[in-house]
Design a protein around this ligand. Structure first.
Ligand code: PLP
Length: 381
């Protein structure tokens, strides 16, 4: 969608892009300055694979302060974004045919990463009626002797769903009966929650901490997607194996990013409240408009910066040019080609028929895009 949107824009077509997976804010000034200082101070050489010690120290303190989790420094590793940390964990742990349970809708990268590491993604549909959340009974029914990981992502991309502490405790009950199953908790959207507190598995079920890899990073919370810095905290053996993989691939993420991240993670974070307040306003604006559109509906997401919109009501309808909308991909293409709005079809997140709208865009852009989406729905017959 992004490639197609870019191609249309290059032809001079006016496109509003709501397919982005990153905040539209600049990296906070203090963090920028920390990065510049690192360059000027010559902190530009190779670092330890797991990340420089002051950064891991800042992460250790963050996990204790924000999440009540106690980790040693050698239980923490830093990579080129949460993405590399997830990849390292799967690559370090999966044998051919091992199964990884992935509740869907899910982030596009999970199933492919599992396959690249030789494992088998086992997708568990979590319908909108259950708030897009994995139910304990569905987890129980999906676990087999080959299950190695359960991947959880809250707040979720693409649905914005947030698991409460009680939700996680329910899943933990099942996990206690299956000691061979590990949990990868992708907390990358932790700071972007609106109406409920954030919870993570190792905190909700402290007795399981030795089976949990907690993954997080600075991309979304500190508007640092391009700096490529994420981290993981978990059992020593796993972290050691992940470091071995990283040592033979990227070696480590940029030294400059690491020093900037010390400020992002350990410094003043007042800007997060501003991000959250701006995102909440935009979320409400988009929801109000989208729920007016014929054939579309959307529940209120509790976190992240996405709304996951059901487009079941437009499937089977016909465009002004006579084309039948047969799938969410058709609908997304229709929005892009005929109304100049780029969104992502739900099929990319293993859930149809939906579209994901990112509200990490200015209010003006969001208003313009919503107006176009409404017009697009009205034009269908
Ligand atoms: N996990 C989820 C659920 C995401 O949506 C993303 C980015 O879109 C990532 C991880 C990757 O984050 P990073 O930029 O830290 O690699």
């Amino acid at each position: 969608m992004t490639a197609k949107a870019t191609a249309l824009r290059e032809q001079g077509v006016d496109i509003v892009t709501l397919s982005q997976g990153e905040p539209d804010f600049d990296t906070p000034e203090a963090v920028q300055k920390a990065g510049v200082a690192a360059i000027l101070e010559g902190k530009t050489r190779y670092t330890p694979v797991a990340g420089v010690k002051p950064l891991r120290e800042a992460i250790r303190e963050k996990l204790s302060r924000d999440n009540g989790l106690g980790y040693d420094i050698d239980q923490i590793t830093v990579g080129c974004g949460a993405k590399q940390v997830v990849f390292n964990a799967l690559f370090a742990s999966l044998d051919a045919g091992d199964e990884v349970i992935i509740p869907t809708p899910c982030w596009v990268s999970y199933p492919d990463m599992v396959r690249l590491a030789g494992g088998e993604p086992v997708l568990v549909p979590c319908p909108e009626e259950s708030g897009f959340k994995l139910k304990p009974e569905d987890l129980e029914a999906t676990i087999t002797p080959r299950t190695k990981w359960l991947m959880l992502n809250s707040p979720n991309n693409p649905t914005g769903t947030v698991y409460s502490k009680a939700d996680l405790a329910g899943l933990a009950e099942v996990l206690r009966r299956h000691p061979e199953v590990h949990v990868l908790s992708d907390d990358i959207y932790e700071k972007l929650v609106y109406d409920m507190p954030f919870a993570t598995m190792a905190e909700a079920a402290p007795d399981l901490i030795d089976r949990v890899l907690t993954v997080n990073g600075v991309s979304k919370s500190s508007a640092m997607t391009g700096w490529r810095l994420g981290y993981g905290a978990g059992p020593k053996d796993l972290i050691k194996a992940m470091n071995t993989i990283e040592g033979q691939t990227s070696s480590h993420t940029s030294s400059i990013s690491q020093y900037a991240a010390i400020e992002a993670i350990g410094g003043n974070q007042d800007y997060i409240a501003e991000f959250v307040s701006a995102f909440r306003k935009r979320r409400d604006l988009v929801l109000e408009q989208i729920n007016l559109a014929e054939g579309l509906s959307c529940r209120v997401p509790d976190g992240a910066f996405y709304v996951f919109v059901s487009c079941a009501g437009v499937i089977g309808k016909v465009t002004a040019t006579g084309k039948v909308i047969e799938s969410d991909m058709d609908f997304a293409m229709y929005l892009l080609e005929q109304f100049g709005v780029a969104v992502v079809p739900g099929s990319g997140f293993m859930a149809s028929p939906y579209i994901r709208i990112s509200y990490a865009a200015s209010e003006d852009e969001l208003k313009r895009a919503c107006g176009r989406i409404l017009a697009a729905c009205t034009a269908l017959s």
